[in-house]
Ligand binder design. Sequence first.
Ligand SMILES: C[S@@+](CC[C@H](N)C(=O)[O-])C[C@H]1O[C@@H](n2cnc3c(N)ncnc32)[C@H](O)[C@@H]1O
Length: 263
Amino acid sequence: MEPEDLAKPLAPVDYDRVQHQSYARGRALPADALQAYMATFGAHLADRRPLVGIDLGSGTGRFTPSLAQAFGGPIYGVEPAAGMRRIAEAESRHPAVSYLDGRAEAIPRPDATADFVLMFLSWHHVTDRLAAAREIRRVLRPDGRLLLRSTFRNRIPDHWWRGYFPGSWDVERAMFPTEAETREVFEGNGFKTLAVVHQALPFEGDIAGAVARLKLRAVSVFEHLSDAELDEGFARMDADLAAGAIVEKPTYGDFIVFGPRPR
Ligand SMILES: C[S@@+](CC[C@H](N)C(=O)[O-])C[C@H]1O[C@@H](n2cnc3c(N)ncnc32)[C@H](O)[C@@H]1O
């Protein structure tokens, strides 16, 4: 990537073009990892059940049925990409879950009806962040919570695969806002920051499985790397896998918990 490319904003990732075909398989989480996420989210939510939730940018519904199981629901998976929604509707069904066509800037739910909104790796795709913050404030109940899980530019994780795709550092620096920028958007639009969580994440599963999943390229940073970079990186990865030389690294998942400030 040329330095001048970084000055231009990255083109948005169109999940209807490629990613929806492989996302569910490429990003699948084992049941115990899903449970651990639900416990982590639950620690920041009200104790009463059921809780009404919005999975904002729900994709293929990776978390949506688990949210219904853990918190009762109804849970609304709001997702702009029809291809992602179609997979969610086929593969991530639950009686308390509905998938809706919408986006963070226009959430198809009434005012003050949600106990929580989860944004899991969807915040950096939102183009009008001020409009999104106002919409989330609108749909949340006064004691509701926004759980915003994202990568932040100031803390980009050194994933186990990073060394194979060194260009991914620059792509992610251009792709993700900082934690401070994110807080500024919400704190300037009716929210207070309640917690900033740096969650340690273990290496998931076995390395051969991780390589196979990564090869499905269901990671949006790969959309911004050239085929040559990807081919070279995967070739080195295959050689290291055969030699038993890939280092399994733990990582971390950052999230911020926001709550509405009284009007
Ligand atoms: C990396 S995927 C995450 C999906 C899901 N939350 C998960 O963790 O599996 C990002 C999702 O955000 C969606 N997205 C893009 N722009 C959005 C917007 N403005 N509002 C809400 N979601 C958006 C994409 O279509 C995509 O499905």
